[in-house]
Design a protein around this ligand. Structure first.
Ligand code: G6P
Length: 612
């Protein structure tokens, strides 16, 4: 979704801001823009353009802006089409103040009408523009940050903003309420951004702003205060990710790189959490006392998108391993339900970014009900991690491809480990059984590496089927969520209609779709439901459906039913989702590439959905 970058220092701001914007491209956007204070002209220069950042780059190449303080933005359209007029930054009537904004201003209509009555002239259809006119209204003989604070008090909704004014050219103001914003602390220069990757090329010292905080950046220092004006001291966090981790390392796309990173990430995750000799599991940053976890009577999982599918697998695992009833809901439903949860409920929130608006609203609702909240998250210091009682970081490194891959398997691995950890605390599974399962989990990275060695035949298979009009994915038990995830991957990046179904439901609808123009991906590893899946395959075969099966190495029976089989190493059923998803990710990737789609930045999608 939208991205913000701001710079103030002693260097030319334009290339720094553009470099920052490029690091945010992966979040999804449809226009971009930049505004600089032009000290010699006592003016603000703005350039903006619909489309990719490369269009903006061309524009600033022909009409450069020179200055050492500025703000920049990538916009993902909500209010108003992705046009030049609607792109950020927006300026006030006098062209003296410029603003970039992430989020949504819910009461913008009323504010706009009032401001128009007062004589303000609007140039866009955005909700954002009211912010800059409000600041203009209040910015009379007071510092910029005070005018910003007065304006923000009138806004309903969620936002992170960056503001500059020609009247105070040595200042850059930022504020947050509901959308992430960080400060990058440099030497003789400071940065403002919606995400850490935007500034990683310049500094690794990051200060995370909290809700209702406002920051004033100058070249040599920064000052944080509450919207009410109370000073707040915050230390910087050192971020370990480096720029290289956010580069493609020779892969054609970030998605392919991230698919291939999975064995390494899982290995590190397991090694850092599990003492192999004793089978002891460590969750250093998981602050919930064991006594509290012991008393948990039920579990509710909340998540969106791919993280929701990880949660669906976890539901099966937690119930089977910990003997605790577990429910799951997408965050956008959970937050508006009549929830029957309370202090004995453990809410597990799963989110790669830790900034998904619905998931954050979900955990706030859970906390209102007195639940304990633990979050499974990738992004250090994200809002979700700061609002949860306990955190389990998945340490997957920056995930840039919009379609989540490595975060999914890392989330699953963290959830398996947590399930065994909880099972031990609750004393519901024998130590020997837990250790046996943990030994099996330790084999997953090697098994994943074996699957990745078959990338060429999987790619060939994918290309062969890339012309088909729709795909159906079927799975059962722990691989029902795998079917949903396989379908999601395909539709996200190739735009082919794809549906995931519990195979047992096939006769209740999807069977009507089956013919020779559609592919049916059958997730059929050896399991207690294997025979049931084979029956489904027989039924599809009799209706001439094109079957692609994912099966366990050595399964000859499946070869009799279809020629298209992708084999995965033999593993305990409970862990099979960690293996079957690799061919699903690779198939989606190669089909999308064959169809000429923009794999890393699929149309209309955003990496981090920070609005409802
Ligand atoms: C968006 C992304 C998905 C992601 C989902 C949840 O839809 O495109 O890849 O799974 O948001 O995001 P989260 O950061 O909460 O895991």
């Amino acid at each position: 979704m939208c991205g913000i970058v701001g710079y103030i220092g002693a260097r030319e701001a334009q290339p720094i801001l553009l470099a920052g914007l490029k690091r945010l491209e992966y979040r999804g956007y449809d226009s971009s823009g930049i505004a600089l204070i032009l000290p010699h002209k006592k003016n603000i220069g703005i350039r903006k353009a619909p489309g990719k950042i490369s269009v903006l780059e061309k524009l600033v190449k022909s009409k450069p802006l020179c200055g050492m303080a500025g703000i920049a933005h990538t916009r993902w359209a909500t209010h108003g089409a992705p046009t030049q007029a609607n792109a950020h930054p927006h300026h006030d009537c006098a062209g003296q103040i410029a603003v970039v904004h992430n989020g949504i201003i819910e009461n913008h209509e009323a504010l706009k009408n009032q401001l128009i009555k007062e004589g303000h002239i609007f140039r866009s259809q955005t909700d954002t523009e009211v912010i800059v006119h409000l600041i203009e209204k209040f910015y009379k003989n007071i510092p910029l940050e005070k005018a910003v604070a007065l304006a923000l008090k009138l806004l309903v909704g969620s936002f992170a903003i960056g503001v500059i004014s020609v009247n105070e050219p040595n200042k850059l103001v930022g504020a947050r309420l509901g959308s992430p914003l960080i400060v990058g602390v440099g030497k003789g220069e400071n940065f403002l951004a919606s995400d850490v990757p935007a500034v990683l090329g310049f500094t690794k010292e990051i200060v995370f702003l909290d809700e209702n905080e406002i920051v004033v950046l100058e070249k040599d220092h920064f000052k944080i205060s509450s919207l009410g004006g109370k000073a707040i001291f915050k230390a910087a966090t050192h971020i370990n990710w480096d720029v290289d981790q956010a580069e493609k390392s020779g892969f054609a796309h970030f998605m392919l790189k991230e698919i291939n990173e999975q064995p390494g990430i899982l290995k590190n995750l397991i090694n850092s959490r599990l003492e192999k000799k004793t089978g002891k599991i460590f969750f250093q940053e998981q602050n919930i006392p064991e006594s509290k976890l012991k008393d948990i009577k039920n579990i509710f999982i909340v998540a969106c998108g791919t993280a929701y599918h990880a949660g669906m697998v976890a539901k099966y695992v937690l119930e089977s391993v910990c003997h605790v009833p577990a429910q799951i809901d997408v965050s956008s439903e959970f937050r508006y339900r009549d929830l029957l949860i309370g202090p004995e409920t453990l809410v597990i929130a799963i989110s790669q970014s830790g900034e998904t608006a619905d998931t954050l609203a979900g955990i706030r609702e859970a906390k209102r009900h007195g639940c304990t909240v633990i979050s499974i998250c990738n992004v250090l210091g994200s809002t979700l991690t700061r609002e949860s009682d306990g955190i389990i970081y998945i340490h997957a490194g920056p995930e840039i491809g919009v379609a989540s891959t490595k975060a999914y398997t890392a989330q699953l691995t963290a959830l398996y480990l947590f399930a065994f950890y909880l099972a031990r605390i609750k004393g519901v599974l024998s130590g020997a059984r837990i250790n046996k399962l943990l030994t099996e989990l330790c084999k997953v990275p090697e098994y994943q590496a074996q699957i990745l060695k078959q990338q060429k035949p999987i790619a060939a298979l994918a290309r062969k089927h890339s012309h088909l009009g729709s795909f159906l994915y079927l799975g059962r038990n722990v691989n029902y969520p795998s079917a949903l995830e396989g379908a999601l991957k395909l539709k996200e990046i190739s735009y082919i209609p794809a549906e995931g179904y519990a195979a047992g439901e096939m006769k209740h609808g999807p069977i009507a779709l089956i013919d020779e123009y559609r592919a049916v991906v059958c997730i059929t590893p050896s399991s207690k439901v294997y025979e049931k899946m084979v029956s489904n395959i027989q039924e599809i075969r009799s209706r001439k459906g094109k079957i692609i099966a994912i099966a366990t190495a050595g399964d000859r029976e499946i070869k009799e039913l279809t020629r298209e089989v992708i084999y995965i190493p033999k593993i305990e059923e409970i862990f099979s989702p960690l293996l079957v998803v690799l061919p699903l990710q690779l198939m989606a990737y190669h089909i999308a590439v064959k169809r000429g789609c923009d794999v890393d930045q699929p149309r209309n999608l955003a990496k981090s959905v920070t609005v409802e």
